[in-house]
Write a protein that binds this ligand. Structure first.
Ligand SMILES: Nc1ncnc2c1ncn2[C@@H]1O[C@H](COP(=O)(O)OP(=O)(O)OP(=O)(O)O)[C@@H](O)[C@H]1O
Ligand SMILES: [Mg+2]
Length: 388
């Protein structure tokens, strides 16, 4: 232990309260812009079925981003393979990602009919740590029964005996009726406060990122207005920056809390702008879908005839058998129907609606998914950890 400087780590109470950013600040601009975005439904040109498939992929990316991944490219590839093959796994890293995915789905399903309270957060924590040993918890769903320290931080979280009261205060803070103009500030402040309390023995980071996702969805950043969000990208694409701003806010000083909020909301704004691009079908088909088909063809995952059909599907978004006549001049309708059926069996096409004879592109869980992920990666949609 020679020459090791022991950090001065102690608990210091600070109040949880709303703050008012100066009107001329960058933070105020982000709040105004985000407030506009959350109310404005996206008149997306992308077909809803494609949108929902993308949403699932983003849940996957959100989950991968939030789980700490060493050498994350390999893990992404491995994870996608387990999804494609629907394999069972005992690999902790994969289970951790699967847990996050399930928790996100749980939030989407329940957020409209619930308030974000102790029970809800307990459930999230249980789902986060389920079946994990190294990254699990001694008390899934329960607050910690021990005192903890946060690695590399000068802040000591409150004594275990104070955790329930601090958490109750936090829930009261987020659920209090204030003008909705404070919603985004509250979300950012609540994220820090949660991490600052560190209510669980482990899994605080993963749970607080879900908690933030839940708050944003509840505030209107959701599929009802045609939006996909991936807030983890803000925090996890650059962990050093995330921890730096959290540490700064640990002082409890208003200027540090304001800069924490600015960091969070600027990140959110950038992420939203990025994902919104995908819902512009022009962008999506040109940069992701068509190149993904080429990728699959090059890798011989599909044959040239399939490539031709899929490109027509991408161009039209919805097709019927008649649309394929031109590419198979000599073929009789029964043959075209058979070709469509084969593509359906291979999960590359799916009926637009149940029993419909119209079809749309299906790219999850089949050999188009690798190409889609590859193209999302090329266009910087994948979580990358800059601190590695
Ligand atoms: N200085 C700090 N002040 C407050 N919270 C912090 C600070 N540094 C880190 N944190 C929070 O603590 C989390 C780590 O806590 P914990 O190990 O319980 O969570 P985890 O989910 O297991 O890990 P991880 O977040 O790395 O996935 C970080 O993700 C971050 O949210
Ligand atoms: Mg941990």
């Amino acid at each position: 232990m020679l020459n090791v400087k022991i950090m001065d780590v102690k608990f210091k109470h600070s109040d949880l309260k709303l703050i008012n950013p100066p009107f001329e600040s960058k933070l105020a601009d982000f709040i105004i812009e985000l407030d506009y975005l959350r109310k404005k439904p996206l008149g997306g040109t992308t077909h809803p079925s494609t949108f929902f498939q993308l949403k699932k992929i983003f849940h996957t990316l959100e989950s991968i981003g939030s789980a700490r991944i060493e050498g994350n490219r390999t893990t992404i590839a491995e994870f996608i393979e387990t999804k494609i093959e629907k394999k069972e796994t005992k690999d902790e890293k994969i289970i951790e990602i699967q847990n996050m995915e399930k928790a996100l789905a749980f939030i989407d399903e329940n957020i409209d009919k619930t308030i974000i309270n102790r029970m809800f957060v307990s459930e999230l924590h249980k789902q986060v740590v389920k079946n994990l040993i190294k990254e699990g918890s001694k008390n899934p769903g329960d607050f910690r029964k021990e005192n903890v320290r946060i690695t590399k931080s000068n802040h000591l979280p409150p004594d275990m005996s104070q955790v329930p009261a601090y958490m109750d205060e936090l829930f009261a803070f987020i659920n209090k009726e204030n003008s909705s103009k404070y919603d985004l500030l509250k979300t950012a402040l609540a994220h820090h406060r949660f991490a600052w309390i560190h209510p669980f023995d482990n899994g605080n980071g993963r749970t607080v990122r879900l908690f933030t996702y839940a708050m944003l969805v509840k505030q209107g950043f959701n599929i009802h207005i045609g939006r996909i969000i991936n807030p983890t990208a803000i925090f996890c694409n650059n962990r050093d920056k995330y921890y730096k701003f959290l540490s700064k806010a640990d002082t409890g000083m208003e200027v540090d809390l304001l800069s924490w909020c600015e960091y969070v909301l600027e990140g959110l704004k950038n992420e939203i702008d990025k994902i919104d691009k995908l819902l512009d079908y022009n962008y999506l088909s040109k940069n992701i879908l068509l190149p993904a088909i080429d990728f699959s063809l090059e890798r011989k995952l599909i044959i040239p005839q399939e490539e031709k059909i899929l490109k027509i599907v991408i161009k039209k978004q919805v097709i019927q058998a008649g649309d394929l006549k031109n590419i198979f001049p000599g073929k009789i309708p029964a043959e075209i129907s058979r070709t469509i059926r084969k593509l359906k069996d291979k999960n590359m096409l799916m009926p637009e609606k149940e029993k419909s004879r119209k079809y749309v592109l299906h790219f999850e869980n089949n050999y188009l998914l690798r190409g889609i992920i590859e193209m999302l990666d090329k266009n910087n949609f994948l979580p990358v950890s800059k601190d590695k």
